[in-house]
Design a protein around this ligand. Structure first.
Ligand SMILES: [Zn+2]
Length: 565
């Protein structure tokens, strides 16, 4: 902790041991355990220093000496015995108290922040648990002593961590002392220059918590440069993992790229969702999804069913992301992968925020998880198309029975060979990043880092651009846009360059017009809703679509379709 006039750091020597020495009861100590003369019976007794289980330390003597009796004998108060910093908060401005309390939390080595929200972090498993005001009060009380001047007794007395301080600490935007965690990594990773990092713990520069045991990975580690031929060999090793899946032949590089995305997800600011599509059930979609989940982490993914509404999506994703899972798995999506705002946010923004049920507080969760979805004939809707990397599994025969894998349990295979697979994947990225080469590929907005680390390294080895399925989807345009264009074409067909009103459109009894109107959703029970059409045209006016532009004329709205040259 910073040096502050109202903060006394943790005592250098355990206070009870210092007092025992001063009182002449101490015989010897190694700093953790002390042999003492019992003040009650004068026999040999022991004192163990404070721990999380025994915050005042533990005393043992044949006479049954208790810690309270020992402290009375030494003239000590309970709060004077603890080995933690003391904050004397009388007459200290609240912002200084809040800063000091945050430093106290940082010193515990257990608390991190995702944006504004505080979490306890398990540095071994990478699991984060959100801290509410009650937890925070408890933590501060456990790791610090708060004193306040008491006028009546004219002394400083211990108090609970003040509620106002706790509240401010929960809600302040910028946490200065507590590590800011944007992502959790469950395996080694490569830095932007392609060098390998095998060190667990918090990485300040990347704002990443690396929670893994490096031992099993060391065997497959490398030093120095990775050559192109080594990277090719690694790609072959990784590719073999998918040999039994019925991946559409043109998507071999996409599958490889999905695996590379999984392995590096923790250090990527953004990554597309992996969508595994197929034409029948039982072809191995879920199995493949599980392979990707295992490449991110051995911890089981957070599994959700595809929500039915925008509101439900928010709630579902919020709770799925609460513990910073490595992977969010959405199995069996039916129909359309809708562009619900919450899902779009989770695939674009580093944090997702929502109100905590039945409280006035909000909570921020990190969105840095690999999203994997599966479904038969599922299609991403408008805004999802630029956020989804599709992989197709195609059954040549629709009556294919439940697919059997030669490697009976591919889950088990990946688990067993995970360190080797991860390191081979990392080699592919390392070789490319080290080489400083660039690959010429169509830019994808917001996915620069992902391209650099997951897409280009594969292309550099001579594979197809793994993002081709995404680019193709984007090129096809979305259905809504096609319908808007069809309406403009129909209007141009019937009215030419003349101006028209909503009523003029309503008077047309033409099949082509009705179809175009039905597709843009302005019919109500088979009849044209003039109100809906009015709003629709108002929204469409001014935006050109493939050379046609709807112009709005005057206050009493008339429209005209103009051809742009
Ligand atoms: Zn005794």
């Amino acid at each position: 902790m910073k040096s502050r006039h109202f903060v006394t750091p943790s005592p250098a020597e355990v206070p009870v041991i210092a007092a025992l020495r001063k009182a002449g009861f101490l015989k010897e100590t190694d700093g953790r355990m002390a042999t003492i003369t019992c003040p009650m019976c004068q026999a040999i007794a022991t004192y163990a220093v404070p721990s999380e289980q025994e915050p005042y330390g533990e005393v043992k003597c044949a006479c049954g000496l208790s810690i309270i009796q020992l402290l009375e004998e030494l003239g000590m108060e309970l709060h004077e015995v603890r080995c933690c910093p003391t904050l004397n908060i009388s007459r200290v401005p609240i912002h200084e108290i809040v800063d000091a309390a945050e430093e106290l939390l940082a010193e515990t080595g257990k608390v991190v922040a995702c944006g504004r929200s505080l979490y306890t972090a398990d540095y071994r498993s990478g699991v984060l648990a959100w801290i509410d005001e009650a937890d925070l009060t408890r933590l501060l009380s456990q790791y610090g002593v708060f004193l306040k001047h008491d006028a009546r007794s004219k002394s400083d007395l211990p108090v609970d961590p003040p509620a106002r301080m706790v509240h401010l600490l929960m809600s302040t935007q910028y946490k200065q002392s507590v590590p800011q965690v944007m992502g959790v990594v469950r395996q080694p990773f490569v830095l932007t220059d392609g060098s390998l990092c095998l060190t667990p713990g918090y990485h300040t520069d990347l704002k990443v918590l690396a929670a893994f045991d490096p031992a099993p990975f060391r065997k497959f580690a490398w030093t120095g440069k990775v050559s192109a031929s080594q990277a090719e060999e690694s790609a072959r090793f990784c590719e073999d993992l998918y040999r039994e899946f019925a991946v559409e032949p043109s998507m071999k590089s996409t599958v490889l790229c999905a695996g590379l995305t999984a392995v590096q997800r923790g250090v990527l600011d953004r990554a597309p969702m992996i969508l595994i599509q197929s034409n029948i059930s039982g072809i191995g979609k879920s199995t493949l999804a599980r392979v990707f989940a295992l490449l991110v982490s051995e911890v089981p993914p957070s599994e959700i069913s595809y929500p039915n509404s925008a509101e439900e999506t928010g709630r579902t994703l919020f709770s799925a992301l609460a513990s910073a899972p490595a992977c969010v798995l959405i199995d069996n999506i039916v129909g359309t992968l809708a562009d619900y705002p919450a899902l779009c946010t989770c695939l674009t923004e580093p944090l997702y925020e929502s109100r905590v049920l039945r409280t006035s507080s909000t909570k921020q969760v990190s969105t840095r998880a690999l999203f994997v979805g599966t479904g038969n004939y599922v299609v991403p809707a408008a805004d999802m198309r630029r956020r989804v990397l599709s992989i197709r599994l195609v059954a040549p025969d629709e009556h294919l029975e439940q697919r059997r894998f030669e490697r009976e349990d591919i889950d088990e295979f990946v688990r067993k060979h995970r360190p080797e697979l991860v390191m081979h994947y990392l080699r592919i990225a390392a070789a490319y990043l080290q080489s400083g080469a660039t690959v010429d590929c169509a830019p994808l907005s917001g996915l620069h880092n992902w391209s650099r680390r997951c897409r280009e390294p594969i292309q550099a080895l001579g594979y197809d651009d793994p993002a081709l399925p995404m680019l193709k989807l984007l090129e096809e345009g979305d259905d809504d846009q096609v319908y808007r264009l069809q309406l403009l074409q129909a209007l141009r067909h019937f009215f030419g360059a003349e101006a028209f009103t909503v009523s003029d459109i309503a008077c047309l009894e033409q099949r082509q017009m009705l179809d175009a109107l039905a597709n843009v959703g302005v019919l109500k029970g088979g009849q044209l809703s003039r109100e809906k059409l009015g709003w629709f045209l108002k929204g469409l006016a001014g935006f050109p679509i493939k050379g046609l532009l709807l112009e709005r004329l005057g206050k009493h709205p008339q429209y005209r379709v103009k051809e742009l040259k």
